[in-house]
Design a protein around this ligand. Structure first.
Ligand code: SF4
Length: 469
C-alpha cells in the first residue's frame, strides 16, 4: 500500500520521535537545539545541580543574554550594577556562572554575536530546516521560518531538555494559512500576521502547528517569514512553519554554524524533502487575501484586537473583556485611531529588530524629526545588526531624527531590563504582546509594523505609514 502524504510538520515530527505517544503518555521527542537565556534557566541549572546531573549534550545548547540585559552600554561585568537593577543583574551573573560550570557556549557582553535569542540563532546558522528547536520563551516559533519545528517551553522543561535532550509532547494538529497576493506599498509582514490573528482569533491556532503557504509565502524574505512565525503563538498555535526553499538555503549558506562542504550537500538533500506532499489535507485551513491588506494596528489588550489603520475601532469583537480592554487602553469604540496622541515609540524586539525592519523605519525617519514629547527608542536585535546598521548610517538617521539608538536586547518588549513605556503612557510598539502592563506597569501598547511606528513617531500620534511612503 502506498504511503500517505505528509505535511512539513509531520515529517519533522516523525524524524525526531524517540517514543510514540499513547492515549496515556505523550510522545518523547528528540531536541536538536536548545536556546537559553538568563531568565528561564537559573532554576533549571539549580535543579541539575541538586540532582547531580550534567548536560546530555552541551554542544546542542546555545546561550545568550537578552531579556534582563540593559540596552545602555555595559563595558564590563563590573559596570553591570551601574546600569541594571539588582534582580536582572543577578540573573545575568547567574547565567555567566551556570554556563561556565556546565560547559555551555555563552554569547555574553564581550561577544560580537550576542543578540536576542531568536535573532542570534538564525544569524549564526544554528537554526536550520528540519531541526527541533526549543527555548524558554514563547516566541521560539520564530525559527519555524526556516522549516524548523520550534516552540517555547517552561522552566521545568528547560531542565528536562538540558538533562536529556528530549521533551515530552502531545502531537499537535495541522493548520494551513494560505496567503495569496502581493504586499502593497506601506504594508509589511507585521501587518500580515496581525491580520491573520485578527481573523483566526487569539485561540484560533490552539493545539495546532501552522504552516504558512500560498503564493505570498515564496516571495517573502526570511526576515519577513521570521516576523510572521514569531507571532504564531499569539494566535494560540504551538508553532509556525514555512517550507524551506532557495531563499532559505541562500540565507544559510555562509552562516558560521551552517554545514560546510560535503555536509552542506547532504543537508541540502535532507532539507529539500521538507515540503508538504501534494493532496495532503490539513486539519484546519484559512485563506488570507494579501492584495487587499492595509497597515494594521491593535486597539485592545490582545494581539487579536487588531484593525486596519484607516478604519474605526469596532463596537465589539465578541470577547467578554472587550469593554474593559478599551477602558484600559483609553480608546473609544466607533472612533478612528489615526490622530490619537502617543507618548512612546519602540522599534525593536524579536519580531521587528532585524536589518530590514531598521531600514523600513529609517526610510521614513530620514530627514524628519520625532515629534516633541514623544520618546522614540530603536533597539537592534543583535550586535551583528547593530554593526550593519551603523555601517549603513542608520544610527545617524535615527539620532538626527531625535530617537535613541541602543545596545541589542529585548528592551521594551517586556519591561524587565530598565526600558519601560511608563505608567499610563501610550506606545506604538513593534513588539508582539499588548497585554496590560507587558511593557511596564500601567503601559498601554498599540502593536504595529516598523513603518507605522516610525510614521507615528513623526506625527506624535497614530499615523498611516503611507502618508510618508
Ligand atoms: S524580544 Fe520579547 S518576545 Fe522576543 S525573546 Fe525578548 S522578551 Fe521574548
Amino acid at each position: 500500500m502506498a504511503e500517505s502524504g505528509k505535511t512539513l510538520f509531520e515529517k519533522v515530527w516523525e524524524d525526531h520521535l524517540v517514543v510514540e505517544e499513547t492515549p496515556n503518555t505523550p510522545a518523547i521527542l528528540y531536541i536538536d537545539l536548545h536556546l537559553i537565556h538568563e531568565v528561564t534557566t537559573p532554576q533549571a541549572f539549580q535543579s541539575l545541580r541538586d540532582k547531580g546531573l550534567s548536560l546530555r549534550d552541551p554542544n546542542k545548547v546555545l546561550a545568550t543574554m537578552d531579556h534582563s540585559t540593559p540596552t545602555l552600554p555595559v563595558k564590563s561585568i563590573a559596570d553591570l550594577d551601574i546600569v541594571a537593577e539588582k534582580g536582572p543583574a543577578d540573573q545575568i551573573r547567574d547565567m555567566i556562572r551556570n554556563c561556565e560550570e556546565f560547559g555551555v557556549e555563552l554569547h555574553g557582553f564581550d561577544s560580537d554575536k550576542r543578540g536576542i535569542v531568536h535573532v542570534m540563532g538564525p544569524e549564526l546558522g544554528a537554526t536550520q530546516p528540519g531541526k527541533t528547536i526549543v527555548c524558554g520563551d514563547s516566541h521560539t516559533s520564530t525559527h519555524g521560518a526556516f522549516g524548523a519545528l520550534a516552540f517555547g517551553i517552561g522552566t521545568t522543561e528547560v531542565g528536562h531538555v538540558l538533562a536529556s535532550q528530549c521533551l515530552l509532547q502531545r502531537k499537535p494538529k495541522t493548520f494551513a494559512v494560505n496567503m495569496d497576493g502581493s504586499l502593497r506599498s506601506g504594508v509589511s509582514a507585521k501587518d500580515i500576521i496581525l491580520k491573520i490573528i485578527q481573523k483566526v482569533g487569539v485561540d484560533g491556532g490552539v493545539g495546532h502547528v501552522i504552516e504558512y503557504r500560498g503564493s505570498t509565502a515564496g516571495v517573502l524574505s526570511l526576515e519577513e517569514r521570521m516576523t510572521i512565525c514569531n507571532m504564531s503563538i499569539e494566535a494560540g498555535a504551538r508553532a509556525g512553519m514555512f517550507a524551506p526553499d532557495d531563499k532559505t538555503f541562500n540565507y544559510l549558506i555562509d552562516k558560521p554554524m551552517s554545514p560546510k562542504g560535503p555536509d552542506w550537500d547532504q543537508a541540502m538533500k535532507r532539507w529539500s524533502r521538507l515540503v508538504t506532499d501534494e493532496d495532503v489535507a490539513f486539519d484546519k485551513e484559512v485563506n488570507i487575501d494579501i492584495d487587499q491588506l492595509s497597515p494594521m494596528v491593535t486597539y485592545g489588550t490582545n494581539p487579536g484586537m487588531a484593525m486596519e489603520i484607516d478604519g474605526v475601532v469596532p463596537e465589539t469583537n465578541g470577547d467578554l473583556g472587550f469593554k474593559q480592554s478599551l477602558n484600559y487602553m483609553q480608546i473609544e469604540a466607533g472612533k478612528p485611531l489615526i490622530g490619537k496622541d502617543i507618548d512612546v515609540v519602540f522599534i525593536g524586539s524579536c519580531t521587528n529588530s532585524r536589518i530590514s525592519d531598521l531600514k523600513d523605519a529609517a526610510e521614513i525617519l530620514k530627514d524628519r524629526k520625532v515629534s516633541d514629547g514623544v520618546k522614540a527608542l530603536v533597539v537592534p536585535g543583535s550586535q551583528a545588526i547593530k554593526k550593519e546598521a551603523e555601517s549603513l548610517g542608520l544610527d545617524k538617521i535615527f539620532e538626527s531624527a531625535g530617537a535613541e539608538w541602543r545596545e541589542p536586547g529585548c528592551s521594551m518588549c517586556l519591561g524587565m531590563n530598565g526600558d519601560t513605556v511608563g505608567n499610563g503612557k501610550l506606545a506604538v510598539s513593534t513588539s508582539n504582546r499588548n497585554f496590560e502592563g507587558r511593557q511596564g506597569k500601567g503601559a498601554r501598547t498599540i502593536l504595529a509594523s516598523p513603518k507605522t511606528a516610525a510614521a507615528s513617531a513623526i506625527s506624535g500620534s497614530v499615523e498611516d505609514p503611507r502618508k510618508y511612503s
